[in-house]
Design a protein around this ligand. Sequence first.
Ligand code: FES
Length: 281
Amino acid sequence: MKIEPNGVAGTYLREHVRLGDVLDVSSPRGSFILQSAERPVVLLSAGIGATPVLAMLYALAGAHSTRQVLWLHAARDRQHHPFAAEVRRLMPALAHGRSYVCYSRPGPRDRKGEDFDATGHLSRSVFDEVGIPPEADVYLCGPVRFMADIKQALATMDVAPERIHVEIFNGSESMTPGVVGAATRSPHLPEDDADTGPLVSFARSGIAVHWKPSAYQSILELAEACDVPVRWSCRTGVCHNCESGLVSGAVAYEPQPLEKPADGNVLVCCSQPIRDVVIDL
Ligand code: FES
């Protein structure tokens, strides 16, 4: 188990949970799931972001998939390279599997060709070298910065944006983007402003924009497209970091939150407006 210096969950598990304890755990949720298709699969991760894509690798290896499967992973060094042995064990089950690992700062005993394939970061030149097929389904998980860099690199390779599936794995940066820290753009209408659909008003930001279901999965995504400051962390209705005041209107939830927000509030990360709404953001 990885313990982050300020991580609440890992620290709690280590200090309080003992063998035989019963944990009340929810079922897995979110939309970061392996799509069934025959297209090539690229599993791209950094650090502990390997976790969800490792589950996909297990599924593909368990089915002895004949799809082309690329496992691309970035770590600092062997000490910080989770699941290395597991991945090595799974790869031979894939007829067209290939693994490529970059260490940004390999240790003196880390062996090139065994522990890792190249020194540096995952980048466009690595993608060219391993030959990412543009028609692949790409599953990307890691810190915010890593994901932004990778998405940019993939965009230059004609990988369609709808084939790039992302899951952010980050303990801290995501909590208050736009609320504290670096200056961001002031709130504005989105580039693809619609003129029909329920009107979503972000009251504090002074922005009112029509909901376009084909463009956004949640009110949070719409708020981000408008640079409306908003807190979030899990983005799937678990943590309540995105809980905001619902001044008026009504929403539907997809996915359903694990626990409802307080009366008069809304979880913007997993809700969609069903009529005009005013939100305290
Ligand atoms: S971001 Fe976690 S519940 Fe919305």
